[in-house]
Design a protein around this ligand. Structure first.
Ligand SMILES: Cc1ncc(COP(=O)(O)O)c(C=O)c1O
Length: 485
């Protein structure tokens, strides 16, 4: 089975799509349907422009986009060819089957040890979902930070009280509108990363003891917020391709008084799926019908391997049920700590909670992001980053296929940079993580991704590492450790 084309890329019917993006998507679909096989040549620029009634410039842009994304390779004076892809014979894990009862979140103590390892250069960092610096535009950011410090020396010395820097809110509103989710800049609250956005959203819609539905497995940071607010989590079965099971969520809504539901519909962490438009819309409808707040975490939305950015679930929200959270941590720079929240009717409440919590998000960081969005080549960086992330996921999958015992299962993410690995049932992932750490390798054991410490024989691996012999050896060792357990 081919990793990338084993699924048909989605057609996002976004009216804002450019013509060359539509053509690129059409060609990608044709490749997925095997109309053009790896190694075969695509029609020439002239043929494409005639067949699709577009200018030659549009045809060239479409082909270049697919080349940038690693789907095609250009051969001099010959044309564009479908790039051969690494074969992936590994199966995906099955849909999860978590407990059907709400519970308090337990067993998250390991997390701090994991994130500390992320800052230790002696450790091969396959644990925390933090990209290596080579995946980030560090030089550009350093330049912009210096420019902003010079230009706004007085302004950066001051608090920028909530809702945050107006120019940044305008830039974000513009991007979201272009992505099919129109938002007024005045509805945006700047936060210290997505984690704070999620915390404020949950604080606004729940009281201690309330039940919150989560995907299973889910990002452990969300479980920690639930734990810190004395909430209970109910884990909903989640499919590694389709996302949260809507029928199971509906059943849970009928059985329990659920106040909120947190989802990561675009390239979830750790499963990496992207929910279809139909399912996103159905999810928003379900939340509306059962009057629950839907908290949408879209932190990986910009990091897809397809041609177009996936849709935002909030774009189907006509009643203010969806609280949208995101940040620039995965797409630009986690250390800046700049994120945002669109909380709809909870705007004032979350603004006040933000103010009480930490007064403001650093002005310097906010203004630096403004510069990057306005004229710093953010789009160019994203194009490059998506390609880098895709390649790193392919390399990790290939290494696992080569070094791990047979029979293991691995997700095939459609974006982002983590993979979820199901190991033989004899393996205890926490013991494995401890043994690996002693050998200088950090991994994230599956138990952290469940409120009830399920996923005993799963691990999540961060693929956004600098691929050198050290990483290769670490994976060889990890494979041996898995075989020995
Ligand atoms: C799904 C998800 N949400 C939120 C966060 C936290 O984001 P931030 O660093 O912007 O607070 C992460 C970080 O790993 C994440 O994976």
């Amino acid at each position: 089975m081919n990793c990338i084309y084993s699924q048909t890329p989605k057609l996002y019917c976004n009216p804002m799509n450019l013509r060359y993006e539509n053509l690129a998507e059409h060609l990608l679909n044709a490749i997925a349907q095997n109309l053009y096989r790896p190694g075969e040549r695509l029609p020439s620029v002239r043929q494409l422009s005639q067949q699709h009634q577009v200018s030659t410039a549009t045809a060239v842009s479409a082909l270049r986009l697919l080349e940038d994304q690693g789907h095609l390779e250009a051969r001099q004076r010959s044309g564009y060819y479908v790039r051969p892809r690494p074969r992936c014979s590994l199966q995906e894990p099955a849909i999860s089957a978590p407990s059907r009862e709400p519970s308090l979140v337990t067993g998250q103590e390991l997390v701090l040890r994991l994130v500390k390892a992320a800052n230790d250069p002696r450790i091969v960092q396959l644990g925390a979902a933090v990209p290596a610096a080579s995946f980030l535009p560090t030089q550009k950011m350093a330049q912009l930070l210096a420019n902003v410090a010079r230009r706004y020396s007085q302004r950066i010395a001051n608090y920028e009280f909530p809702p945050g820097v107006p120019e940044l809110r305008r830039q974000i509103a513009r991007r979201m509108s272009e992505q099919g989710c129109p938002v007024d800049p005045n509805d945006i609250l700047i936060t210290n990363g997505c984690q704070e956005a999620m915390t404020l959203a949950l604080k606004a819609v729940t009281r201690p003891g309330d039940i919150v539905a989560v995907e299973s497995p889910t990002f452990y940071g969300l479980l920690q917020i639930i734990e810190s607010l004395s909430l209970r989590a109910i884990e909903i079965p989640t499919h590694p391709r389709d996302g949260i099971a809507l029928d199971a969520l509906q059943l849970a809504c009928e059985q329990w008084q659920i106040k909120g539901c947190i989802v990561v519909p675009n390239y979830s962490n750790p499963l990496g799926y992207c929910m279809s438009d139909t399912r996103k819309r159905a999810l928003v409808e379900l939340a509306t019908r059962y009057r629950i707040a839907l908290i949408e975490d879209d932190i990986y939305g910009e990091l897809g391997f397809g041609v177009q950015r996936p849709s935002i679930a909030k774009s189907w929200d006509s009643e203010g049920r969806v609280l949208y959270c995101s940040s620039f941590s995965k797409s630009l720079c986690p250390g800046l700590r700049v994120g945002w929240l669109v909380a709809g009717p909870y705007l004032e409440q979350t603004e006040y909670l933000k103010y009480v919590g930490n007064l403001a998000t650093p002005t310097h960081a906010q203004l630096t992001v403004v510069e990057m969005l306005a004229k710093g080549g953010y789009e160019r960086h994203l194009r490059q980053a998506r390609n880098q992330y895709r390649q790193s996921v392919e390399k990790m999958t290939a290494a696992i296929g080569a070094y791990f015992p047979t029979g293991i299962r691995v997700t095939q993410p459609e974006g982002g940079f983590v993979i979820w690995v199901e190991l033989p049932e004899t393996v205890d992932a926490t013991t494995l993580a401890q043994r690996a750490l002693m050998q200088g390798i950090s991994i994230a054991p599956g138990q952290m991704f469940s409120a009830t410490q399920k996923y005993r024989n799963f691990i999540r691996l961060n693929c956004a590492v600098d691929w050198d012999e050290r990483v290769n050896q670490a994976l060889v060792k990890l494979g041996q450790m898995v075989s020995e357990q």
